[in-house]
Design a protein around this ligand. Structure first.
Ligand SMILES: [Zn+2]
Length: 504
């Protein structure tokens, strides 16, 4: 089985997760689940970025020690990700010893292999505590950071360790242009290429006397800069530098937000080149969840909490809406109105209704047994086309198109029920025809259980069981999507997958 190591960005523990965090995590989870369906040995990493200055400020404001604060936040984030059914295999926190050891070793390795890549110099600039980085003129609008217009930039002058990033621009251009380091989608790749073509400046990789962070190896006065520290989490989680870390490394896919491509597509690969380690194979930078046209983030103000969004129609519905409507590529809007519309049309009336009417007819006309009528029907053609279209979309990480492909089966099957009118066939005693129709519908549901499982895992599993299938739909069931082996199975009376909201 091929290994597939994928990661999400690790989150600052300075405030509760919001819909923007949730989009990234469920998108990555959807990809992880799809790779498992295909039989890959998936290793899915999520975690927390705990050394930032904003964490120190948040802890001070909360009147607790930073460690107590990050412990509390880590458990809050983990609770949310569990509610949203994130199937991560590991959870890394940058305050863990396995991480600090790995950071120290990576820096030592750069010091040994390319000593000229690290040097000491004076730095003066404007620091954004939201981004945890010094901002360049092009990133400042009206005296504020573009990403954090509500925060003050802090003038800072200090002696730091620097990383000779400027040395790597041409090499990175070559690696991205040749596809050895894939940066997707194309709009992000082009941004990164333009940045590299304009040349790179060296970057500060330490801060003077920060009380919260990892000591810089060989310089007790300095702390490793939080971004340099944070990026290394992807490597720490493989066990680096211990023997065997290459079983996971290099990462096959880093999932990040579009605002941090410079760190992941420029600084991180350059750090790895300097340490003579393999580069990640692919970086995917998704867009932002927007609420009334503005980015959803803590510092920009939150209009809707993740709690409310999950409680509205349940976790599976939120996962589906984020990936289908907001999307995993460009920015997309979140509104209650669209959420309610999608819930009703795609989930309650579409998918849920198809499942419940099909299972109810199987119970009523065939005592729950799926007839053994294997003739390939037009509905099977729709299903098999959907499987292929879905596979193409998922390989391209086009999750929206993947969901669309699966839902073509829903609409075709609901139409098929109307056109074939199984109740009329039953009344007229056309048993052979009724067998064909019920059997084709059961195959459609079986394909749907597989294809929708990365998007709505709990509901897909529930349908899988109602169809009389054994075990978990989530593992190695890709061939089932093609063959739909439901003939002869004993189905259950339908569970209500997506209840109609009381107000509708
Ligand atoms: Zn900022």
């Amino acid at each position: 089985m091929p290994k597939f190591y994928l990661t999400t960005a690790i989150d600052y523990s300075n405030g509760d997760p919001h819909l923007g965090h949730a989009l990234e995590k469920v998108g990555a989870d959807c990809i992880a689940r799809y790779r498992r369906l295909r039989g890959d040995q998936v290793h899915f990493l999520m975690g927390m970025d705990e050394h930032s200055q904003s964490v120190l400020q948040a802890a001070a404001k909360g009147g607790v020690q930073p460690q107590e604060w990050v412990d509390r936040m880590a458990s809050r984030f983990a609770d949310f990700w569990a509610r949203l059914e994130c199937s991560n295999d590991d959870w890394i926190r940058t305050t863990e010893p396995r991480h600090s050891r790995s950071v120290t070793e990576l820096l030592r390795r750069i010091q040994q292999r390319h000593p000229a890549d690290l040097y000491v110099s004076e730095y003066e600039g404007l620091y954004c505590t939201g981004c945890e980085e010094f901002k360049q003129d092009s990133q400042i609008v009206n005296g504020h950071c573009i990403e954090h217009p509500s925060l003050e930039l802090i003038p800072t002058r200090e002696r730091n360790h620097f990383f000779r990033l400027s040395r790597y621009a041409d090499q990175l251009l070559g690696l991205i242009n040749s596809g050895n380091l894939r940066v997707e989608p194309a709009i992000r790749r082009n941004e990164v290429l333009r940045l590299l073509e304009s040349g790179l400046q060296d970057i500060s990789v330490s801060r003077l006397r920060q009380p919260w962070g990892i000591p810089f190896p060989g310089d007790a006065e300095q702390t490793v800069y939080v971004w340099f520290d944070a990026l290394i989490n992807y490597l720490s989680a493989t066990g680096f530098p211990d023997a065997g870390f290459e079983r996971l490394w290099p990462a096959d896919l880093h999932i990040i937000g579009k605002g941090i491509t410079r760190f992941h597509c420029v600084i991180w690969p350059a750090m790895l080149l300097a340490a003579e380690l393999e580069l990640p194979r692919q970086v995917w930078a998704h867009g932002y969840v927007q609420w009334e046209g503005a980015k959803m983030s803590k510092t920009a103000g939150t209009a809707v909490t993740l709690d409310e969004a999950i409680d509205r129609h349940g976790p599976d519905a939120l996962r589906y809406f984020l990936l289908r409507e907001v999307g995993f590529e460009a920015d997309g809007n979140f509104t209650w109105e669209r959420f309610d519309e999608r819930y009703t049309s795609d989930l309650a009336d579409g998918f849920g209704n198809l499942a419940s009417r099909t299972l109810a007819m199987l119970a009523k006309y065939r005592n729950g047994a799926v007839p053994n009528a294997a003739d390939r029907m037009a509905l099977d053609d729709v299903g098999l086309n959907a499987v292929e279209e879905y596979a193409r979309a998922m390989a391209a990480l086009d999750l929206r198109r993947g969901a669309e492909a699966a839902w073509t089966i829903v609409s075709a099957a609901n139409l098929f029920v109307q056109q074939t009118a199984p109740w009329a066939l039953a009344k007229a005693g056309k048993d052979a025809e009724l067998d064909q129709v019920l059997s084709a519908l059961a195959r459609a549901l079986c394909r749907l259980a597989v294809l929708t499982s990365p998007f709505i895992p709990a509901k897909a599993q529930s349908l899988w069981q109602d169809l009389g299938m054994e075990g978990e739909v989530a593992r190695n069931s890709w061939e089932v999507a093609r063959e739909a082996p439901v003939a002869g199975r004993t189905t259950s009376r339908p569970s209500i997958l997506f209840p109609k909201p009381a107000s509708v």
